[in-house]
Every structure is written in structure tokens, then in C-alpha cells.
Design a protein around this ligand. Sequence first.
Ligand code: ZN
Length: 347
Amino acid sequence: MDGLNYDIDTSFEDRSSSRSSSRAKAGLGVIASGIARQHTLKTAISCTGVGVHRGREATLTLRPAPVDTGIVFNRTDILDDNAAIRVSAQAVIDGRLCTTIANEAGATVSTVEHLMAAFAAQGIDNVIVDVNGPEVPIMDGSAAPFVFLIDCAGVVDQALPRKAIRVRKAVTVVEGPVLASLMPAERGLSVDFEIDFAARAIGRQGCHVDLTPDLFRAHIARARTFGLRSDVDMMRAAGLGLGGSLENAVVVDDDLILNDEGLRYEEEFVRHKALDAIGDLYMAGAPIIGRYHGVRSSHAHNNKLVRALLADPANYSLETVDETDLAAPGQGRFDGWRDTDRIAATA
Ligand SMILES: [Zn+2]
């Protein structure tokens, strides 16, 4: 959480309120009660931190944006007209280690996924993300610092309804032992994830979460990215992971967790995979109403899934939704499990 500062910019707020009053006069601001509205931040806010792969310090500034802007990353170190990269499933060019997005001119931003998960969970539709380099700071390896930034900035309703992508037909990506699928659901987004690692500190674990701001904050947001010690050595040799450390990742060596402080949650590893999936799905450009199931799925598989969903108009509908369509069934739930029997048997 180093380098958080409060770069309060109220200029947008003034413009926003004058915009909404002119909409109200034009009759465009009248939205039936219960219809979900678009959201942006109340003020701008910044943080600084290192990028995990190149190890360079970067400053991130989240700024309010008008309705229908979407989520737009803006490389402030690129001084020509090619600095803006609008989030979409098609903008994702690399999902091997992290999610990298690019625009047509080739400008890129990497490691967007934890920030995207925070936007998804807090219902942010419109925001400009200024970053003065090619990587979003990794912070502590989780989404919690970004949720904190959004909380500090505040969230405001905007003058137009939200749209959501409702899954109409099941879509599945299967590659060897990997599965990623989206099924129709009456309301909300639920995420089920399972992983199975030979490293005994991880083993087999799974979780279910209904995506609500509170459940995400309580059970998912603080789960950190993780790696095996052997992978860390390989990445370093390839010139990657230079900013990675025990400050921003859980590192595992078979049955050992190398971080002195241990884990933040019992099933922190699979909770982080659920966090990644929530960010990856939000690359669709709108909240998804459906049931996601991932088994060993990576960013690349999740992106394939989103592209497959959007590739056929029969698979989904883009619709104006009520708040209840986006809410979890009932109060929503989180469940996590670890297959300790299996871990004991292989010990
Ligand atoms: Zn991650």
C-alpha cells in the first residue's frame, strides 16, 4: 500500500453535475427506479508502486469519466495520439503471465487484471486509468489496494442506465485438463474455480463466490498472486518478474510457503484465481450475468471464453438491467474448500 496519496480533483464533479442537469432538462436523466445506473468515481485518486515484470516504479491515477466512456487506460508517457487503450475482449493480446492490452497503434499496458477485478466488483463502468509506463503497479499482489483507492475516491451514479451481457447459451473452452465455461443464470455473476497443484502447500482447492461488492471485499480482494519457487527462478532468468518479491506474491516451494507472514486466507491460491477470472470476465466491456466455472483456467483461457461468448449473438444479449438482475441470488454466498485428504495421502 506504499505511495497512496489523495490527489483530489473535483473539476470533473462540477462538469458531471452540469451535464446531468442538462440531461434532466432534456428528459434524458429520467431513469425508472430500480434500473441500474452507470457508475464512475467521484474524484481522481493516485498511487505509486512497482510493475511486477520490469520492476520499474509507475504512478497510477484513476479519473472520473463521462457516461459510455467504458474503462480506458491512458499511457501518459506516450505523447502522441496513440496513448489511449480502451478495454475490450479484443484488446487483450497476451494472457500468459498477466493480462496485457493493446490499441491498434501498438501501445500496451500489462497487469491490468487485479485493477479490472476491483472495477468489476465495485461496479465501475466509466473510468480513465492514467499510467506513466507499460505496467500497472502490482501493489501487494491482490486487488485490495485498488478497492481501497475506489473507496477513497467514492463512487457516483451517472445519468444513463447500465447495460449487462446476459449469457443466453452455455459457452465452454476445453484444452487438455483446463476448462472454462459460462452458463446462463437468472441474476448476477457467480464464479466457481478449482485448481490442482503438485506443490503440497497448494494441492487441490476450490471456491464459489457470488460477485457482490461485500463478498468480494471480504473473501476475494486480499488474495495475492502466487508462484512456485521454480517458476520464479525461470522468470528471473528470462528477465521477467524483476519487480516480484515476497512483498507482492506468495511463493511456494512444495509444502513450504516462503512468506514469513504465511497466508491471508485458508484457500488464498484459488481465491486469487477467482479474482483473476472476475477481472478477465470484465474485459468483456460490461458486467456478465451468468455462472462461470474454471478448472485450472488461465488469463488466456478466460479471454478465449469471453471472445467465444461474444463471437455469436445467439450466445448473449446486451440489455439494460435492474439492480436486482446484477445482485446475487439471496444474500449471495462464498464457500471455499481444500482437499486435505488428498494432500495427506500424497505426503
Ligand atoms: Zn492475478
